[in-house]
Design a protein around this ligand. Structure first.
Ligand code: 5AD
Ligand code: FES
Length: 350
């Protein structure tokens, strides 16, 4: 049975939900190795060996939402809140470029304090001072705002749908609806952004069948980027005491996402590295991933951007993370990309 599925992958035939469920259930180490090797081969064929680095700037941990799993949710009063001012964000983007990153990812909670006027100024200032692609990860906004930010120079947008199980989505996100999230992703695509989305693996209440649906959804949405990380329990949330997502399951999802989506950009996520600091990112890069997002947030803020506990790199400076990431990538014989690492799915004019 499994050989039949491996053959299907080898021939690049489409996998259906049942196939994905079976593959997600694999536990035999030899079979897992076969799956990971196949994903690695497809990664090499479609996105080559280069690893793209995206400098992550976590510019505000204020959030108007109350997502049940998230450490920066509105009701977490234990968190020290911060906002970086615009010039400080621009300076950080310039530093990211000096470290060789060709993309900066501007990420925050859903923080209306950064009005569309301010964000426009921010994007234009970064583009004037640094030769980098800009990815936004700032959550849900009106269509008109997405459009203005794209016209100001933003290239890409990341917004995970977190789970394709509509009922689970609504349980976990009291302030947002599944349809609204899907509509926002559609707007972003229509406007012209390269669009990234993704999910967490091991959310309380999530099943294998849900995860198989997630992977089919990545394909259906024709995403340029797909980020998948394990759920990590934060004890200052309503999900306190729940189990963390499983590292091996996350690797299987990354491998199958590569096999199913072929040429999307897939990061080795920080959440995965947090549960497996020694070699989580290397493992992900060897079973389908081709992107790493080194933390570039100024040190004094890092510990406060606590989506989940024990996040790696909270005591490292941007320069140290850069050196660390380069070392890890070279250790597995992969080169670091020198270009922007735009989507391979559509023609991008810069
Ligand atoms: N564990 C793992 N990932 C998390 N995220 C938020 N909270 C957690 C958590 N507790 C992820 C979400 C979000 C991304 C920025 O971080 O998937 O989209
Ligand atoms: Fe920050 Fe390794 S990436 S120390």
């Amino acid at each position: 049975m499994i050989d039949y599925l491996f053959e299907k992958i080898e021939r690049e035939q489409e996998l259906n939900k049942e196939d994905l469920c079976r593959l997600l259930a694999l536990e035999n180490p030899q079979e897992l190795e076969t799956l990971y090797n196949m994903a690695d081969k497809i990664r090499k064929k479609y996105v080559r060996d280069e690893v793209h680095l995206r400098g992550l700037i976590e510019f505000s941990n204020h959030c108007r939402n109350n997502c049940l799993y998230c450490g920066i949710r509105r009701d977490n009063t234990k968190l020290v809140r911060y906002r970086m001012d615009l010039d400080e964000i621009v300076d950080t983007a310039v530093l990211a470029q000096k470290l060789g990153y060709k993309t900066v990812v501007l990420q925050s909670g859903e923080d209306p304090c950064y009005t569309v006027d301010k964000l426009e100024y921010l994007i234009k200032s970064i583009k004037a001072r640094a030769d980098v692609a800009i990815t936004l990860s700032i959550g849900e906004r009106p269509r008109e705002e997405y459009k203005r930010l794209y016209e100001a120079g933003a290239d890409r947008f990341l917004m995970r749908f977190e789970t394709s199980n509509r009922a689970l989505y609504h349980k976990l996100h009291p302030d947002s609806s599944f349809d609204r999230r899907m509509e926002s992703l559609k707007w972003l695509r229509e406007i012209g952004y390269q669009v990234g989305s993704g999910t967490m693996v091991g959310l309380p209440g999530q099943t294998i069948a849900d995860i198989a649906e997630d992977i089919l959804k990545f394909k259906e949405l024709d995403l340029d980027m797909v980020g998948v990380g394990p759920y990590i329990c934060h004890n200052d949330t309503p999900l306190a005491g729940s189990a963390n997502g499983d590292v091996e399951m996350t690797l299987k999802v990354i491998a199958l996402t590569r096999i199913v989506t072929r040429d999307s950009h897939i990061p080795a996520t920080t959440a995965l590295a947090t549960l497996r600091p020694a070699d989580g990112r290397e493992k992900a890069l060897q079973c389908g991933a081709n992107v790493v997002m080194p933390n570039t947030t100024p040190m004094k803020y890092r510990a406060h951007y606590a989506l989940y506990p024990a996040k790696i790199c909270i005591n490292e400076k941007a320069e140290q993370c850069s050196a660390c990431i380069h070392r890890r990538i070279f250790s597995i014989g992969r080169p670091v990309s020198r270009d922007y690492g735009h989507s391979l799915k559509r023609k991008i004019s810069v």
